[in-house]
Design a protein around this ligand. Sequence first.
Ligand SMILES: *[C@@H]1O[C@H](CO)[C@@H](O)[C@H](O)[C@H]1NC(C)=O
Ligand SMILES: *[C@@H]1O[C@H](CO)[C@@H](O)[C@H](O)[C@H]1NC(C)=O
Ligand SMILES: *[C@@H]1O[C@H](CO)[C@@H](O)[C@H](O)[C@H]1NC(C)=O
Ligand SMILES: *[C@@H]1O[C@H](CO)[C@@H](O)[C@H](O)[C@H]1NC(C)=O
Ligand SMILES: *[C@@H]1O[C@H](CO)[C@@H](O)[C@H](O)[C@H]1NC(C)=O
Length: 253
Amino acid sequence: MRKLLFLFSTILLHSTTKTQAQTAAAAAAPPPAGPPNITAVLEKAGQFSTLLRLMKSTQIADQINNQLNNSNTGITVFAPADNAFSGLPAGTLNSLSDQQKVALIQFHIVPSLITAQQFQTVSNPVRTQAGDTDNGQFPLNVTSAGGQVNITTGVVNTTVSNTIYADSELAVYQVDRVLLPEEIFDPAAAAAAPAPGPASAKSKKKKGAGDGPTTSPSKEADASSGFRINRVEMGRWVGFLVAGSFISLNLLL
Ligand SMILES: *[C@@H]1O[C@H](CO)[C@@H](O)[C@H](O)[C@H]1NC(C)=O
Ligand SMILES: *[C@@H]1O[C@H](CO)[C@@H](O)[C@H](O)[C@H]1NC(C)=O
Ligand SMILES: *[C@@H]1O[C@H](CO)[C@@H](O)[C@H](O)[C@H]1NC(C)=O
Ligand SMILES: *[C@@H]1O[C@H](CO)[C@@H](O)[C@H](O)[C@H]1NC(C)=O
Ligand SMILES: *[C@@H]1O[C@H](CO)[C@@H](O)[C@H](O)[C@H]1NC(C)=O
């Protein structure tokens, strides 16, 4: 906890410095064209009303927009359309806690720009804003060949079907299915990961469960490493969206 508090003050300091620098720059130069706006992008594309609703209710839309405005590392969003959400078993979303909804949406966001060309060379697992990429947590693998981009979470396999939007800061790719993370949707894998237990615990009838390895050793203490690695990005949010960042902090605690 003390470490987190320290981290938090460091982040605040970091973003204050940055804000001052940006204010100075803004005074010196004419305002640039506005940063991309994830809400506007998805609204314009149409067919993303469920994702938009979730992004708004979790405040992740605001976080993304603030991040786009305040950092230059870029953001990649994997966007399932409404028909992907309606393809989920009935009640799937309603069964999630608010925290799980946040994690689900964060799992669709990569805190860096992945261009279409870079899909071929991306190193797996890809770290999303949901955090830990260990098996049973939030692994996301992307492979590409011959113009086809495959994505697997260990629970679902899907493909990128369309580029919705791409500039030098933001890339939004439509995916055919909702990316379900193991941590939430494959409890057997999640339970097996921290302490490889009886392999029989892995439920074969779990809908959509893959055959991925479930015995990879994992560090429970690693819950904080996602935060540490993400703190630069987080730092950029904080000055402008303290409330939003607290949600993320809570999630990782
Ligand atoms: C982003 O777009 C939405 C919808 O078009 C708008 O309501 C919102 O104010 C915009 N946000 C920013 C930061 O410009
Ligand atoms: C982007 O950030 C600057 C301060 O750095 C702020 O003045 C501006 O209103 C922000 N723009 C949007 C669209 O949020
Ligand atoms: C993508 O998935 C399809 C169908 O499972 C498979 O045939 C193809 O080889 C995969 N391509 C890559 C690059 O993983
Ligand atoms: C993702 O790729 C890594 C490295 O190749 C592999 O160890 C891991 O099992 C894969 N995870 C999934 C869910 O496919
Ligand atoms: C996903 O694809 C991999 C490799 O093609 C396969 O082994 C696995 O069973 C698939 N998982 C699901 C959930 O379809």
